[in-house]
Design a binder for this molecule. Structure first.
Ligand code: HEM
Length: 520
């Protein structure tokens, strides 16, 4: 082809850079306008109530998540739009009590939303991230570590740490004259020592010193990062960039913590089964460790890498959520002196002396149990854990609506258990709502409560494995504290303690109280 012929087919002038940018911008605008119109009027979720901005963009959701206020955002959305809300173009939340069964007890189980999960650190799955066969295999392996029998066998261990807590508080209050202290910190020491002993075979000895292991910081940093990263996972590659920056920033501490955990677990495994007098979460797993090559075929058993990450995840869940719940119970009891008095009366009616207060003897105390339930209703420790599930192809009915396949849906714990549509005086701490009709303090007005809306440990095949451990520990600690001490808030007017940021779990927050020992 000659030069003349070639130039004849070229445009007379090439577009300038400005023109290219303007055209690209125009195309992008057209794309977003079409996307917005589709999402508002034609998308499968278009019929669901919710803010118009959330129907066309995930940004409001991400904004609340990044600020650590997703839980409050859901409370506000449900107050405004009702029991089911479109919170993002492809996502719904509901606070309808019937939805617990419809979402979390569905068979086969609806998968977790993969975009809401933080990938495990060593590539091995945990109970929290695994699906299908791998999840069932792990769950079977750990089942015996969380049964009633296991908790009974772990009681002595838990009780010995609670003895240490009470002596430590007595020592700090009486000998050191330290009447004003951050009780959340002491609960943190106790629960991480207990979980260290149960999950790794060794205590952190926090109650003997002031040993706040770097893991605690690592946990909250990890939860914050994981939460923010997963909220951005629909904005690839932003999530990957954030993940990379976090990994770089924390590689040393993560490596150190993982090595510490793996070494401690190895020491525990080397000791073998220590008998029912020294039972822990590892005991039932011994003898069930399998090779990585068998992980897809065995119906029970766990690889060593899986064991490591699962135990570390349980250690963190078990210590941090328990700490938050105990601090919240203490706060609400102090803020409601009449409730505190009712609890004191029950405790003094049940026990003649302090040594009678044990895990077994605190089981079945209606008012104490009601205080723990009411705490979890008012201040669930993981208020922004999405627990989101993906609806199977073909769709299904949830909360009276037909939800199309592929949509993501969850029940935000705090919104469900704080909504006036589900509860009588939801903003007030009323343990009485949990009492049986035969109890002298029972109040019939709470019959209107939608108790089915309250599932603090979720339900179905992925419900919380550690709920019995938590309940045993929290009942014992609260009963022992209320028996031994008079408590008041340092800042008596503080009505804002529960207002806190949460990234999956509530961030640690000091609870400053004045403590004095009760006269015998
Ligand atoms: C106040 C204390 C606790 C609360 C409110 C709580 C709540 C929950 C919830 C709502 C889930 C379901 C999460 C989901 O579906 O995505 C869960 C799962 C789980 N929790 Fe807890 N938890 C608590 C304490 C504990 C303790 C003490 C342990 C262990 C010692 C523990 C171990 C687990 C495990 C292993 C799972 C995963 C279960 C599975 O997916 O099969 N939790 N927890």
């Amino acid at each position: 082809m000659s030069t003349t012929t070639f130039s004849a087919v070229l445009p007379t002038s090439l577009p300038t850079l400005g023109t290219i940018v303007a055209r690209a911008g125009g195309l992008l605008l057209l794309y977003y306008a079409t996307y917005a119109v589709y999402n508002l009027y034609f998308a499968p979720l278009a019929k669901f109530p919710g803010p118009r901005l959330s129907a066309i963009s995930r940004l409001p959701f991400v904004g609340a998540h990044v600020k650590g206020k997703l839980h409050d955002y859901f409370v506000d959305l449900h107050a405004q739009y009702g029991p089911i809300v479109r919170v993002a173009p492809d996502e719904l939340t509901t606070i309808d009590p019937s939805a617990w069964k419809e979402i979390y007890q569905k068979r086969p189980a609806l998968p977790k939303d993969p975009l809401a999960l933080t990938p495990p650190p060593n590539g091995a799955e945990t109970l929290f991230t695994a699906e299908g066969h791998i999840h069932s295999r792990m769950r079977r392996t750990f089942a015996d570590a969380f049964s009633d029998k296991a908790v009974r066998e772990q009681s002595r261990c838990i009780e010995s740490f609670v003895d240490l807590l009470i002596s430590r508080l007595r020592r700090d209050v009486i000998e050191a004259g330290n009447h004003d202290l951050d009780i959340a910190k002491y609960y943190g020491y106790t629960s991480i020592d207990i979980m260290g002993e149960l999950c790794l075979g060794e205590s952190f000895h926090s109650l003997e010193g002031n040993n706040e292991h770097t893991w605690i910081m690592g946990f909250f940093l990890g939860a914050k990062f994981g939460s923010i990263r997963s909220s951005l996972s629909r904005y690839y590659p932003l999530d990957q960039i954030i993940a990379w920056v976090f990994m770089q920033m924390t590689s040393k501490i993560r490596e150190k913590n993982l090595k510490f955990g793996v070494d401690t677990i190895s020491r525990r495994l080397a000791k073998g089964d220590l008998g029912s007098g020294r039972s822990d979460i590892i005991s039932p797993v011994i003898g069930n460790i399998i090779e990585a090559k068998d992980e897809a075929t065995k119906s029970k058993g766990i690889t060593r890498d899986e064991l490591n990450v699962n135990l570390l995840a349980m250690l963190m869940a078990g210590s941090q959520l328990t700490t938050t719940a105990l601090a919240a119970s203490t706060y609400y009891l102090i803020r409601h002196p009449e409730t505190m008095n009712k609890l004191k009366q029950e405790i003094h009616a049940c026990f003649a002396s302090e040594k009678d207060i044990t895990i077994t003897s605190t089981f079945g105390m209606p008012y104490l149990e009601a205080v723990v339930s009411e705490t979890l209703r008012m201040h669930h420790p993981t208020p922004s854990d999405p627990k989101s599930r993906v609806v199977a192809a073909g769709g299904q009915e949830i909360a009276g609506y037909w939800v199309p396949g592929g949509a993501t849906i969850s029940i935000p714990a705090l919104a469900a258990s704080n909504s006036p549509s589900n509860w009588v005086e939801p903003e007030i701490f009323h343990p009485e709502r949990w009492l049986p009709a035969t109890h002298p303090l029972y109040e019939s007005r709470f019959e209107k409560d939608e108790k089915e809306a309250f599932r603090p440990f979720s339900t179905g095949s992925r419900n919380c494995m550690g709920s019995k451990t938590f309940l045993a520990e929290s009942r014992l600690i609260l009963a022992r504290i209320v028996w031994a001490f008079e408590l008041s808030l340092v800042n008596k007017e503080d009505a804002t303690w529960p207002d806190n940021r949460a990234y999956l779990a509530y961030e640690p927050k000091p609870l400053m109280i004045t403590l004095s020992e009760k006269s015998p």
